[in-house]
Design a protein around this ligand. Structure first.
Ligand code: TRP
Length: 508
């Protein structure tokens, strides 16, 4: 195999990492989670989660990929040969658990970007979204047909992903993110200023940020904060390990981890202004209480029903506003989607020494086929269940195991030494404690509480046994695949895959 891929600049790496972190979740998940969990008061658990789990784990993933010079699979194999499966499981779980429906949602965003041209959702965006656009059926097994516009747009999303990942990282992902991320920041700021200049915006923002301190006593507020931090920073995905393995030896890992995490969280916070200012305007126009204008639900319903309604009611240029909003979602989504393809491509190439083109084509091809179930009429139901299951039971488990494996098997101290030997900013022993005790304890507790909760209360009225069955399938499938990849022999002994670290090269 040719020499290992490399980023061509520090900024390129940072933008790619931030691009992976900022995704659909930042725009529609964060602001809602904040308002449901105590408004401004939610920032406290969120910030604590960022400090105690988010940043330490981000440093862990950056450090591991950089130290072992490998994808998640190769890195964990180098930690201990019995851990290779885990390095496969992380990206596989995300690829076949999240990515398949994530690309379909980006496809919806593409469709809605076009719909903005004539505000196609009309007077009743809810029925437009559920009936006309998705044509949702009553039961999950009633798949009926594939919805053609979604099939086409999701196909386009996979094609773009393929096109970007097909090239080496410095010419593909790095270049794409250098265009995508500044564009995304500018577009978001335009939306924020525009939104805040509307009449009624103040009410909306007050609703978003008014602290409700009593909420801090609820356990679920804390679990939501930790869950959100995990998903939003893309940790436990194996992505940051792969990305860091493309860095040169002298890289400021601690600083990069801090910048990536903080920029991502700030972006969420600011994007919330664009969301709630417009909803505040809607409350004013319709003369309804803010809670009603904001709807009861975040997630897909917010982006495709509540928000379009508010867009229709803007005083001027609503088409343009809609276009900008859905374009932002599309860009944010694609820059995340490419990162998981890269994480898995990196792992497969490390082990089997095959060409990038072949791996990326196979991954995107099978991914597109796998997405088909979510493009059918009952796709929304499948999406909802898989989403809940993987986010709550897959990712948190991955984060927990990651802390245990690195904290106790590789030993946090050893990794800290490596990170400190290359970084300008140094870690103190506090980091070891966070990785060995604090983060796994919190994640473990979170996991247990979540499992108890679903057994006790079920999820949104789905039959629990059915839910667990479908969700478990996604988990089990990723375990089986990880086992297959692990058992397959290495093309070249992993000890021999040495990539000359370019000692002298320092990226600027
Ligand atoms: N962090 C992303 C978000 O907030 C999620 C994400 C990152 C993701 N990489 C991904 C989802 C790859 C699917 C596949 O939305």
């Amino acid at each position: 195999m040719k020499e290992r891929s490399r980023w061509s600049s520090q900024t390129g790496f940072l933008l790619a990492a931030i691009g992976s972190a900022i995704g659909l979740g930042n725009i529609w998940r964060f602001s809602y989670m904040a308002y449901q969990n105590g408004g401004g008061a939610f920032l406290i658990p969120y910030f604590i989660a960022l400090l105690t789990a988010g940043i330490p784990l981000m440093i862990l993933e950056f450090g591991l990929g950089h130290r072992m010079l490998g994808s998640s699979a190769l890195s964990y194999r180098r930690v201990d040969r019995r851990l290779e499966w885990f390095g496969w499981w992380m990206p596989l779980l995300v690829m076949y658990g999240i990515m398949l429906y994530y690309t379909v949602i980006i496809g919806w965003c593409l469709n809605y970007t076009l719909f903005s041209a004539n505000l196609a959702w009309g007077k009743d965006p809810a029925s437009f979204f559920l009936k006309d656009f998705l044509g949702v059926t009553g039961s999950a097994w009633d798949l009926q047909d594939i919805v053609v516009p979604i099939f086409v747009s999701t196909g386009v999303v996979w094609l773009i992903t393929w096109f970007i990942c097909y090239k080496e990282v410095n010419r593909g992902i790095e270049r794409a993110c250098k265009i995508f991320m500044p564009a995304l920041f500018v577009l978001t700021l335009v939306l924020v200023f525009w939104g805040c200049s509307l009449e009624g915006a103040g009410k909306g923002l007050e609703f978003y940020l008014k602290p409700d301190w009593s909420k801090l006593k609820e356990v679920s507020v804390w679990t939501s904060a930790y869950g959100q931090i995990f998903f939003t920073l893309s940790i436990g995905f194996g992505i940051m390990i792969a990305y860091a393995s493309y860095l040169p030896r002298k890289s400021n890992l601690v600083q990069n981890a801090l910048i990536t995490s903080v920029v991502n969280c700030l972006y969420s916070f600011i994007a919330g202004f664009a969301v709630f200012s417009v909803l505040g305007h809607r409350a004013l126009v319709e003369n309804v209480p803010m809670a009603e204008a904001a709807g009861e639900k975040g997630g897909a319903i917010l982006a495709f029903v509540t928000y379009p309604q508010a867009i229709s009611e803007l005083p001027a240029f609503n088409h343009l506003f809609g276009l900008l909003f859905f374009l932002c979602l599309t860009i944010a989504g694609i820059s995340s989607a490419i990162s998981i393809i890269e994480a898995l491509t990196c792992a497969i190439r490390d082990k089997f020494q095959v060409s990038r083109g072949k791996v990326v084509s196979i991954l995107c091809g099978t991914g597109f086929l796998g997405s088909i179930v979510f493009m059918c009429h009952s796709g929304l139901i499948w999406l909802d269940i898989v989403d809940r299951f993987i986010n709550h039971y897959g990712l948190v488990l991955a984060g927990f195991l990651e802390c245990v494996f690195i904290g106790w098997i590789l030993k946090a101290r050893n990794l800290r030494k490596h990170v400190n030997s290359v970084s300008g900013w140094k870690l103190s022993r506090m980091w070891d404690y966070l990785i060995k005790f604090v983060s796994p304890a919190i994640l473990g507790a979170l996991y247990v509480m979540d499992v108890v909760d679903i057994i006790k209360h079920g999820y949104e009225g789905y039959e629990t046994s059915w839910l667990i069955l479908v969700g478990m399938n996604a988990l089990i499938l990723s375990f089986i695949l990880a086992a297959v990849f692990t058992i397959y022999p290495w093309r070249r002994k992993p000890e021999l895959i040495i990539h000359k670290p370019e000692e002298d090269k320092v990226l600027v």
